[in-house]
Design a protein around this ligand. Structure first.
Ligand SMILES: Nc1ncnc2c1ncn2[C@@H]1O[C@H](COP(=O)(O)OP(=O)(O)O)[C@@H](O)[C@H]1O
Ligand SMILES: [Mg+2]
Length: 224
């Protein structure tokens, strides 16, 4: 049986204090296995980004468990969460969030320590080649198209060989053809390397590339 890479148990998140609290996520339980690509859809303000941030160890839940590879990270200290973020998770945001004064290759080397320079250099080049960017290694972000920037962001997210890719509306700034390509690449990485991915999207046209579609409304999750 395939091991669950992510398991959410009765997850809740409340923001604020006193009389101004708002419960954004309500009792969410959900499991993702290796090799699985899940989409998360739902209206604006329904809690999608909050959910992804909790899974990505950027936010802690108010109650409930987040198990990554059967390890509960919900009680982790901020140092432990940083390590989870660096080693287990690859994040792709809506805007590619590239650093303007670093070249394409340098974007990928940023998160790495000097000690393993040769090895990480090779990996960066391999990933960028794999994503069709070998001719762009020395270019700065302002020379890249929107699709190319998002592919750099994907390569960067895979750099640490994370177990899980989290993508928050990765196609929002792209036209439909480029958006589809980006999602195809996430799907391909998930399948060929037996990873898992969760992607928030508004784009109905890419849902067929996902294995499952989850719908969030008013902080509750259901399978579509
Ligand atoms: N740090 C925060 N403090 C208070 N409220 C927040 C915070 N972050 C998000 N929210 C609220 O939580 C709800 C869900 O937000 P979000 O997860 O960003 O939704 P989505 O990504 O589905 O649009 C919104 O009502 C938002 O205003
Ligand atoms: Mg959002």
């Amino acid at each position: 049986m395939t091991k669950a890479i992510l398991k959410l148990e009765n997850l809740s998140k409340t923001f604020g204090d006193g009389d101004t609290t708002v419960q954004v996520l309500k009792n969410i339980s959900y499991t993702v296995k290796r090799g699985e690509f899940a989409a998360i859809v739902g209206p604006s303000g329904s809690g999608k980004s909050t959910l992804l941030s909790i899974i990505g160890a950027l936010l802690t839940p108010s109650t409930g468990k987040v198990m990554i590879d059967e390890e509960d990270i919900s009680g982790y200290s901020s140092t432990q969460l940083t390590s989870v973020r660096l080693n287990r998770i690859g994040f792709i945001f809506q805007a590619a969030n590239l650093i303007p004064y670093l070249t394409v290759k340098e974007q990928l080397l940023l998160v790495h320590d000097i000690g393993r320079k040769r090895k990480t250099d090779t990996r960066a080049i391999e990933l960028l080649e794999h994503l069709g960017l070998s001719h762009r290694l020395k270019n700065y972000p302002d020379k890249l198209s929107g699709g190319e920037k998002q592919r750099v962001a994907i390569a960067r997210a895979f750099m640490n060989d994370p177990d899980m890719i989290l993508a928050d509306e990765p196609t929002a700034s792209l036209d439909s053809a480029r958006g589809k390509k980006v999602v195809e690449m996430i799907a391909k990485e998930v399948k060929s390397r037996n990873k898992a991915a969760l992607m928030v999207t508004h784009d109905e046209r890419v849902l067929h590339l996902c294995d499952r579609v989850l719908y969030i409304e008013d902080g509750r999750i259901m399978e579509k």
